[in-house]
Design a protein around this ligand. Structure first.
Ligand SMILES: Nc1ncnc2c1ncn2[C@@H]1O[C@H](COP(=O)(O)OP(=O)(O)O)[C@@H](O)[C@H]1O
Ligand SMILES: [Mg+2]
Length: 302
């Protein structure tokens, strides 16, 4: 049984991922596939279908953050990707950063900002000047797909800050220039890395999912062997620290010979423009093999 769609900002991406996965599974006659939204009826449907595995293809809140995982745990059904704890920690960009920092993984310095009625913006700007320096990146604590991410200069800071007010709390991160590199882990294997060169200002929603935005995907990445191993090892360390299962993708900035871990994704996309399938393909792992590896590494709940 496949779970897809859901209630997050990344609903559309999850449906595209599910379509490409279902198309692939259908080529091989051995799977009896039922797709479901994680809606009010899904538990009933799941009990009736009695799947031997749930392939979780949800992204973002309620699908990637431990909520759906805890329902699947209590239904005693096997499911793919990370479990309750890993998912809830990884989706929280602040808590996961704290774990990375504590364990010697470099991540951009940040401040947490809570929206209040009487914020002293002059003080805030001073604090940023001292601790981070402009430009900075504003981002929600638990969104994905670059939703709500703003790179901002000092001039536009206040107006951009207001745009994220609905999130109540956000991260203000130091902007790290340099290159955008992502690393995938599959089970116990370091799958490899890919570099993204967006034509847009940064790797935003459009650069990620719209082919007309013409983001360049570079693989193999032009990097020294030492740095190749370094970044793969950081991704593996982060994967293990958060106790991830199945596949994960860690997003890095590479600047002045240092890798800064931005975040770890426990439910990376599997659309035709997605990076994990592309990294796998480069390792001669076909799409079906990738899906089957993810399914093999599912929880053992029965
Ligand atoms: N500190 C930063 N410095 C430079 N670019 C950043 C920084 N944080 C985010 N970005 C840009 O925004 C994109 C999305 O940020 P990320 O933290 O990965 O959140 P999301 O969960 O939305 O993918 C990154 O891929 C990168 O291009
Ligand atoms: Mg990201």
């Amino acid at each position: 049984m496949i779970l897809a769609g859901g209630y997050s900002n990344e609903r559309e991406i999850s449906l595209i991922t599910a379509n490409s996965v279902i198309k692939e599974l259908k080529k091989y006659k051995k799977y009896n596939v039922l797709m479901s939204e994680p809606d009010g009826n899904f538990i009933k449907k799941m009990r009736k279908f009695n799947p031997n595995l749930v392939l979780n293809l949800l992204h973002g809140r309620y699908g990637e953050d431990g909520y759906i995982q805890s329902i699947l745990e209590s239904e005693k059904v096997r499911y793919t990707h990370s479990g309750v704890l890993s998912s809830s920690i990884a989706i929280d960009k602040e808590i996961s950063k704290k774990i990375f920092i504590k364990n010697g993984i470099l991540t951009p310095p940040y401040l947490k900002f809570s929206y209040k009625k009487n914020t002293n913006f002059a003080d805030l700007k001073n604090k940023i000047n001292k601790r981070l320096k402009f430009p900075v990146v504003l981002k929600p604590l638990n969104e994905g797909s670059s939703v709500g991410v703003y790179i901002t200069s000092k001039n536009k800071f206040i107006s951009n800050l207001h745009k994220l007010e609905k999130f109540k709390e956000i991260l203000i991160e130091k902007y790290i220039p340099g290159r955008e590199i992502q690393a995938a882990i599959l089970g116990k294997k370091k799958l490899g890395i890919i570099e993204l060169k967006p034509k847009r200002k940064f790797y935003d929603y459009k650069a990620k999912y719209d082919a007309s935005a013409k983001t360049k995907h570079i693989i193999p990445v032009d990097i020294s062997i030492k740095n190749f191993h370094r970044v793969n090892s950081i991704a593996m360390k982060a994967h293990k620290l958060l106790r991830c299962r199945g596949v994960s993708r860690s997003d890095f900035r590479f600047y002045k010979n240092k890798f800064y871990l931005l975040e770890l994704n426990t439910q990376p996309g599997m659309t035709s423009l997605s990076l994990v399938p592309e990294i796998a393909r480069h390792q001669n792992i076909s799409f079906i093999e990738l899906i089957e590896e993810i399914m093999k590494d599912a929880s053992i709940n029965k």
